[in-house]
Write a protein that binds this ligand. Structure first.
Ligand SMILES: Nc1ncnc2c1ncn2[C@@H]1O[C@H](COP(=O)(O)OP(=O)(O)O)[C@@H](O)[C@H]1O
Ligand SMILES: CC(=O)N[C@@H](CCC(=O)OP(=O)(O)O)C(=O)O
Length: 258
């Protein structure tokens, strides 16, 4: 099987022009087949604020009413995605920007209302990778925005870490997949205030221990849940690192082990 790298790039890296360009340089330099999945939550919050729309987050997930859905569709599929595609083209990679609706890549179901009504947030239902694989065969570089569709004509907002995990799981049937969650810190830390306190290997039981003691918190919890889900679906390697770590051939940051 061929190797495939899936790189997910999150909030602060996307938001800072210099770190985004550095990430894209390192991404272009990666050998072999690759897919980029991006977030952009902070940009959506900024644009919503400029439009006078209040942002509400619960457990790292955006409460997405109809007005917010319009904002995230414009920001993720438009502004953020197309800026990344244009930058990659300038760096010599033949990128194409896609959401989960394009090529019916990721279909989702609107999250059922339990205690919280998340609005137009999608839980992944199915991932269809055949057409994506044809693009990869043609050396096209897919750039995926964190949006899915419900198959009934509606877009849905889906967390970018979840998109990357779902894609990695589906592609693991066809490739030896490396999944890299790239964010602003060196990896998962045993002391969130000390950048040197890197956990280089994280097992699932150790994750749960750190979660209970509050060392691993906030957005890192769903990120790790998504990472372990990907490992369980046959993804070969899942790492959490920063743009520096991306240069080191998947040997930097925190490696997840089952
Ligand atoms: N133990 C930990 N190690 C590293 N980061 C942690 C830890 N616990 C909580 N975090 C927080 O998790 C955040 C990453 O989650 P999130 O903001 O969802 O990522 P992204 O930037 O990829 O969207 C970090 O900014 C950090 O503040
Ligand atoms: C449902 C949900 O919460 N979706 C996320 C999608 C963007 C994202 O995940 O961006 P980062 O990777 O930059 O956090 C949101 O709207 O914030």
């Amino acid at each position: 099987m061929q190797q495939l790298s899936i790189i997910k790039v999150g909030g602060k890296v996307v938001e800072t022009p210099e770190s985004l360009q550095q990430l894209l340089n390192d991404f272009v330099a990666l050998p072999g087949l690759k897919v980029l999945v991006h977030g952009g939550g902070r940009s959506a919050t900024k644009v919503a604020e400029q439009l006078g729309i209040e942002t509400k987050m619960v457990e790292g997930r955006r409460i997405t009413d109809m007005e917010t859905l319009k904002v995230v569709t414009m920001v993720y599929a438009g502004l953020v995605n197309k800026n990344i595609v244009a930058s990659l083209q300038a760096k010599g990679a033949n990128a194409i920007g896609l959401t989960g609706a394009d090529l019916n890549l990721i279909k989702a179901i609107k999250r059922p209302v339990k205690n919280i009504d998340y609005g137009y947030v999608g839980d992944v239902e199915s991932v269809q990778v055949e057409e994506l694989m044809e693009l990869l065969n043609k050396k096209v570089v897919p750039v995926i925005a964190p949006l899915t569709h419900d198959g009934l004509g509606n877009m849905l907002n889906t967390n970018a870490d979840t998109m990357a995990s779902a894609l990695a799981g589906a592609l693991a049937k066809h490739y030896r997949v490396n999944l890299v969650y790239c964010f602003e810190k060196r990896g998962v830390l045993s002391n969130p205030n000390d950048d040197d306190a890197l956990i280089d290997k994280l097992s699932h039981p150790l994750f749960k221990q750190y979660q209970q003691s509050g060392v691993i918190a906030e957005g890192m919890i769903p990120k790790l849940d998504n990472g372990f889900n990907a490992l369980n679906k046959g993804v070969e390697k899942v790492i959490i690192t920063n743009t520096e770590g991306l240069k080191q051939g998947f040997n930097a940051g925190t490696v997840l082990v089952l």
